[in-house]
Design a protein around this ligand. Structure first.
Ligand SMILES: [Fe+2]
Length: 367
């Protein structure tokens, strides 16, 4: 049973209109200030936020649809075709990750398993039977640093043959998602009482990843199938467009589990471990899972009737702090009693450590 609760939708337009004029000294318009507090408050309490960015979502569909159409067509290709884009020696950090490779943290983290058993039954996550049955494609977006200690996290892109539109489609959607994240990051910083560029300055040249997943609902459409087992993301913030098939459950800070409904034209933002670090736990990394629900089943029926693809594509982008930057509680968060839980750590080392923690037999862990 899931509790019906809607996440608030925050329109980024009013902030976008005045953002260029905001300087450190000038007092902010109370309306804008309130919007910024709604952003930081939402990230703190729900670990998630719905936003409307007029630059990302025009009513005609546009980039979002073009991107999902292309990914559906790609994931529908035969396994032999897709495996040509596999780069296991780069730990799948670019190109395709086949199904059965990503292992949800819940399967390997005993401390987490213990916490779950203590949760009220109705808020407990689904326990997956094994690795996630979903495919993923990793595409780096945005400028790379010319000089970095973390080449592997910043490797060259992989482009499948027969997709001349690949680079444009990926970059165009990816860059729009990054722009939306940057605005949310600025508003969150203001809401948390930090300088407006506190987060965005660290995001510059970060190894941002457009990482759409593809789940074959034709094969794995049974109710209760776990596509992504209970986990948190190890990046700063994650952003998704609206998926054509629902199924994402998130946990609020108070432990309540809710099924997320993303209205048309909205983007979903989720908190990752890096924002938790930078805010000394004021904002916790949001726990989530993707499971075939009743609403997923309804969407499958509708897609079958309309002869549409049964691949569930998530248009996920992971925004990451620059690999060579240091993660540590920022500004007044350094004075927090919890700050000692978040010692200064190089972001690239942090990501490598998290990946190693959840690795099974050289597999890449879930982000
Ligand atoms: Fe995730």
């Amino acid at each position: 049973m899931q509790v019906e609760m809607e996440l608030p939708v925050i329109d980024l337009a009013p902030y976008l209109e005045i953002s260029a004029k905001i300087s450190g000294e000038k007092e902010l318009d109370p309306h804008i200030k309130r919007l910024c507090s709604e952003v930081s408050g939402g990230l703190k309490e729900a670990g998630a936020l719905l936003v409307k960015d007029p630059r990302c979502c025009d009513k005609s569909g546009g980039d979002d649809d073009r991107f999902i159409d292309m990914m559906e067509s790609y994931f529908e290709r035969p396994v032999e075709f897709k495996r040509l884009q596999e780069r296991p020696h780069l730990r799948y950090q670019v190109g395709v990750t086949p199904q059965g490779v990503e292992t949800p943290r819940i399967l390997v983290d005993e401390e987490m398993q213990e916490k779950l058993r203590a949760m009220p039954k109705k808020h407990q996550p689904s326990i997956p039977a094994g690795p996630d049955p979903k495919w993923r494609y990793m595409w780096r977006v945005g400028p790379r640093p010319s000089n970095t200690r973390f080449q592997e996290l910043n490797s060259e892109p992989v482009i499948p043959e027969e997709y001349p539109e690949w680079k444009d489609t990926m970059d165009s959607w990816g860059n729009k998602m990054i722009s939306a994240i940057e605005v949310v990051a600025e508003m969150a910083a203001i809401g948390f009482g930090l300088p407006k560029d506190a987060f965005t300055s660290l995001l510059k040249q970060g190894p941002h990843l457009l990482a759409p997943t593809g789940s074959d609902l034709h094969r794995y459409g049974q109710k209760g199938t776990v596509f992504a087992g209970y986990h948190y993301d190890i990046n700063f913030l994650t952003i998704h467009g609206r998926s054509r098939f629902p199924g994402l459950n998130i946990w609020l800070r108070n432990g309540q589990k809710i099924e997320v409904k993303v209205p048309a034209g909205c983007l979903l933002i989720q908190t990752g471990k890096q924002i938790e670090w930078l805010t000394a736990g004021e904002c916790m990394a949001g726990m989530h899972e993707v499971v075939v629900s009743n609403r997923t089943s309804d969407a499958i029926k509708a897609a079958l009737q309309e002869n549409r693809s049964l691949w569930r594509v998530s248009s996920t982008l992971f925004a990451n702090i620059a690999s060579d930057a240091v993660l540590k509680p920022l500004g007044h968060f350094a004075e927090s009693p919890l700050a000692s839980n978040y010692p200064p750590t190089c972001a690239g080392e942090f990501v490598e450590q998290e990946l190693a923690d959840i690795n099974l037999k050289g597999n890449k862990g879930e982000h």
